[in-house]
Design a protein around this ligand. Structure first.
Ligand code: BTX
Length: 325
């Protein structure tokens, strides 16, 4: 199985060229017969591999969705995603990432799946995923940060997600505080940040991201249909999930390094440029059901939303759902 994975990685890394059986067997350290057998298995799994006498093997096409090597082959990051835990199907990448973090998983570990059956949203909400057409992943980070700064990472993630969408599709999305990426009022991405902490010190931050990429709008059930969209439902195009994940990880790592070196002041203006609900009259539904109304002044350097009530009282909002006209 290890050799099969290594062969698939080589094929991905040499996508547009033939690789001879001899070369593969040398690089992997197994016999040419073993190479041939693994190629046969891969073909049975749905990979289209062209095989030409004297030239060797070339990867032509892969089954829909992600697989265990499609993201790691050719990934341009230093730390993030250097270890990827891939599952064909699972309940929630977030739950698994929390478990792995607890067991000591390294900074930058990414949990990724092709099908998430029990996705979690914020405040007890659920997150819908569709096999092979959207992305569900969780990042395990171990920053040296005080707990009160961690909401900034949610905002950073939102910027990374919106920038990735813009680079990959040309769509310019807005961000609804704290974490929704919207296009025409519909949600394309969900972000969930969770912590493992001890007293005031952060052991791990787990960032879960769900991207609606190739999902057809008819796949969204009511009532999600009215609030959700996918990139494909907007542009009519299909996107390659693996390269989408790769560019997100690269963008995230770039912003994360900037943040660790220069602090939130380097991220805040990027977030504010995309913010949809600043300078507006909004309704804030807090966990527990309390509703506040007021004017959204902006965010502070901690990423906290600053609300001003009708009587002028300032309120800091740490976690809530937001509505506006
Ligand atoms: P949220 O609470 O802000 O949003 C959840 C709400 O969004 C739901 O109540 C529903 O109305 C709507 N919704 C559900 N599914 C979708 C969808 N696919 N597209 C658009 N809207 C939807 C957002 O929570 C945080 C979601 C994080 C999801 C990731 S996926 C990888 C990781 N694993 C995991 O279990 N969760 C995270």
């Amino acid at each position: 199985n290890h050799s099969k994975k290594a062969i698939l990685t080589l094929l991905y890394e040499h996508k547009d060229q033939f690789l001879s059986g001899q070369k593969i067997s040398e690089l992997i350290g197994c016999s040419r017969t073993a190479v041939w057998k693994h190629i046969k298995t891969l073909t049975e799994e749905g990979f289209k591999i062209e095989s030409v006498q004297k030239k060797g093997y070339k990867l032509m096409d892969a089954p829909d969705g992600l697989n265990e090597v499609s993201v790691s082959a050719g990934l341009q990051t230093k730390t993030l995603g250097r270890k990827i835990c891939f599952y064909e199907s699972m309940g929630s990448t977030q739950k698994e990432a929390l478990r792995l973090a607890d067991e000591g998983a390294a900074d930058g570990t990414v949990v990724l799946t092709n099908e998430q059956t029990n996705g979690r949203g914020r405040l007890g909400h659920t997150w819908q995923s569709y096999r092979g057409t959207n992305i569900a992943m969780s990042l395990i980070l171990r920053p040296d940060l005080p707990i009160e700064k961690t909401p900034q990472l949610t905002l950073l993630t939102a910027v990374a997600a919106a920038d990735t969408i813009e680079n990959e599709t040309g769509l310019s999305c807005g961000i609804k505080w704290p974490n929704d990426i919207l296009f025409d009022g519909k949600k394309l991405v969900g972000i969930l940040t969770e912590l493992q902490a001890e007293a005031t010190y952060v052991k791990a931050v787990i960032i879960g991201i769900g991207f609606n990429v190739n999902t057809e709008s008819s796949a969204f059930p009511e009532p999600i249909k009215s609030v959700a969209a996918s990139l494909r439902s907007i542009t009519g195009k299909q996107y390659e999930l693996a390269s989408f994940v790769q560019s997100f990880l690269a963008k995230f790592e770039f912003l994360y390094e900037l943040y660790l070196h220069n602090g939130f002041k380097s991220i805040r203006p990027l977030w504010e440029q995309r913010a949809l609900n600043l300078g507006k009259q909004i309704k804030v539904r807090q966990p527990g059901g309390r509703i506040l109304e007021g004017f959204a002044r902006g965010i502070n350097d901690d990423g906290v939303l600053l609300l001003e009530k009708a009587d002028g009282t300032p309120v800091r909002v740490y976690s809530a759902d937001i509505e506006w006209e």
